[in-house]
Write a protein that binds this ligand. Structure first.
Ligand SMILES: [Ca+2]
Length: 249
């Protein structure tokens, strides 16, 4: 636990001292059995280093904007990874409007990979820490990534009142995302495995890819392990993001 705490603080330090964050390897990871997974969703600050190093222009940028569901899917001009709601986000916001392939490329650049669907599910719902804090029991599988209840997540309603990013009331539904690490820590000490942004995993039929955990646009039901949601892998939306994993070292 002490080791994890130190690493989380170090990652949080990147918010204030951005110049001190020299690479994506600063992102905190938690071991879960045979693999490690990012403690938070990948952030704008982390993704910006990937863009600076590779020159990538994302699909949402090339297309003129990502999407949000209003009366059907709406493409929102100027909404992309750097400006999730049409104006620049801050470094600790989770990065959105990212396709599956772009998420995969980021993880590879960072020396990681996207989590397998089974890995994501294990990390989200089954406590694998030997000595977890008192809310959790080692070896137990929970209904929600937050534990027995959805309280503490950033979902549409029924999860409590997470502090979210102010975005000028540009949404017809929901309040938008929360900064990484500001909701309640859940199973395995991970943040936002339930809600905030949907997260790409490497499962799904054909060109469709699986997203896990629900988002701020939905309530608690989409946070459960039995909720399967596949989306076109090249789709970009305000509530789809990701985190990375790697084999345990
Ligand atoms: Ca999430």
């Amino acid at each position: 636990m002490r080791y994890l705490w130190i690493k989380v603080v170090r990652a949080a330090g990147c918010v204030v001292f951005a110049a001190a964050c020299s690479s994506a390897s600063a992102a905190a990871m938690q071991r879960v059995g045979a693999f490690e997974i990012d403690v938070t969703e990948v952030t704008i600050g982390e993704f910006s280093k990937f863009v600076a190093a590779t020159g990538v222009v994302t699909k949402a940028e090339r297309d003129g904007g990502g999407h949000v569901y209003e009366a059907g899917w709406s493409k929102k001009s100027g909404w992309h990874w750097r400006a999730p709601y049409g104006r620049p986000g801050v470094a600790r916001e989770p990065v959105a409007h990212i396709t599956y392939a772009e998420a995969e490329a980021y993880c590879q650049w960072a020396g990681k990979r996207l989590p397998a669907d089974a890995e994501w599910v294990e990390a989200a719902y089954t406590e694998r820490r030997a000595s977890p804090p008192s809310l959790f029991v080692s070896g137990r599988t929970y209904t929600y990534p937050t534990g027995d209840t959805p309280q503490g997540a950033n979902c549409l309603s029924g999860c409590g009142t997470a502090r979210v990013v102010a975005h000028g009331a540009k949404l017809l539904r929901g309040r938008g995302h929360a900064e990484a690490g500001t909701t309640a820590a859940g199973v395995n000490g991970l943040y936002d495995m339930g809600a905030n942004l949907w997260e790409w995993t490497n499962a799904g039929p054909g060109a469709e890819k699986r997203t896990r955990g629900g988002s701020w646009w939905y309530g608690p039901d989409q946070m459960r392990a039995d909720y399967i949601a596949d989306k076109p892998g090249d789709f970009t939306a305000i509530y789809i993001g990701f985190r990375c994993a790697r084999d345990a070292r």
